[in-house]
Design a protein around this ligand. Structure first.
Ligand code: ATP
Ligand code: MG
Length: 317
């Protein structure tokens, strides 16, 4: 199985009046074709920023953007913006943005919104595009006739399927899903998760699934990346990370997840993540960590624990 994406030492900082926000600070990730990585962490830890960095969608106040994003062997960070826009964004790498279902255009039929890139980018005729969109709707368990509906005529789960259709319409190799089910009730959430599992099998699409919910991530993912305050502190297969978490933050996150089958109450992680403006030197988790040592004032390196796994913590140095 070929490696599709390899992110090395990725940085994305933002300039603000209070100082520079180190939102993505030396992130490493790797993903093979047809596999899913769950990117998990608390609110504000830099998950969406990591996704935007891979899509090369940078706000005006970007203060630093560097590292390597090797997509199919090509470092897309160095790629000319125009080439990236034409050949990569949406065509090979697509994203369902956080809250996207609430930003559908209210005055355009959803079928036309999904069809737009086919007509504008791929030269489809209106009829060809409509046929393709209907086919996509069928695959996403949406009735074909819904192409003629306006967003307000759809339920939340249906709108979420429409935004997934928009991201998938050009058949990207990598689909980034940023909290695709957070605004949905649990039964609709389960339907969307089943749909994503079906797509993974049917289309062999690689996915980055972003969530703050570790249990949800484990349902779909092959790998898990645990992010804390701008850094990925642990990466490994789902089994490695869930069954034997190594980083104290991963251990805390997993212990905080309720398990119905066991009679142990969830333990909540005390404290809050640090500000990403002037974050503490060294390990960013140290102020919440029960294993804190003097050495934690230094930056922990990535320690390789297996072929698929690394952790950034002095307990393993
Ligand atoms: N355009 C921006 N300008 C300045 N700061 C930003 C910008 N976008 C994000 N941030 C800050 O960067 C940090 C990371 O934000 P990001 O949205 O990537 O986190 P997240 O993990 O996706 O959070 P959530 O789970 O709440 O969606 C936060 O401190 C956020 O306030
Ligand atoms: Mg986010």
């Amino acid at each position: 199985m070929g490696l599709l994406l390899e992110v090395r030492d990725l940085h994305l900082y933002y300039r603000t009046i209070k100082g520079v926000v180190q939102a993505v600070d030396g992130v490493d990730l790797r993903l093979e074709e047809g596999k899913v990585v769950g990117l998990v962490g608390e609110s504000g830890c830099g998950k969406s920023s990591t996704a935007n960095a891979i899509m090369k969608l940078l706000p005006k106040n970007t203060a630093r953007y560097d590292g390597e994003i090797l997509f199919d062997g090509v470092n897309i960070i160095d790629l000319d913006d125009e080439i990236f826009r034409r050949e990569y964004r949406w065509k090979r790498i697509a994203m369902v943005f956080q809250g996207a279902m609430n930003s559908l255009n209210p005055v355009i039929k959803v079928g036309d919104q999904v069809a737009e890139p086919l007509i504008l980018k791929e030269g489809y005729t209106r009829a060809e595009a409509e046929a393709r969109v209907k086919e996509l709707f069928r695959m996403l368990n949406l009735p074909e006739s819904f192409v003629n509906r306006y967003p307000h005529e759809l339920s939340g789960g249906m709108k979420q399927r429409v935004v997934i259709a928009m991201a998938m319409v050009l058949e990207p190799q990598l689909l980034i899903l940023d909290e695709p089910t957070s605004a949905l009730d649990v039964s609709v959430q389960a339907q969307i998760m089943n749909l994503l599992k079906k797509l993974k099998e049917l289309k062999r699409m690689s996915m980055i699934f972003i969530t703050h919910d570790i249990a949800l991530a484990s349902d779909l993912s092959d790998y898990m990346a645990i992010m804390y305050a701008g850094k990925i502190v642990e990466f490994g297969t789902i089994e490695e990370v869930l069954l034997d978490p190594k980083h104290p933050y991963s251990q805390g996150l997993i212990a905080a997840t309720p398990v119905l089958s066991r009679d142990v109450p969830p333990k909540f992680l005390p404290g809050n993540p640090p500000s990403l403006i002037n974050p503490p030197k060294g390990c960013r988790f140290k102020d919440r960590c029960k294993y804190r040592m003097d050495v934690c004032d230094n930056e922990p390196n990535s320690i390789k624990l297996s072929d698929s796994r690394y952790v950034k913590c002095f307990l393993y140095h």
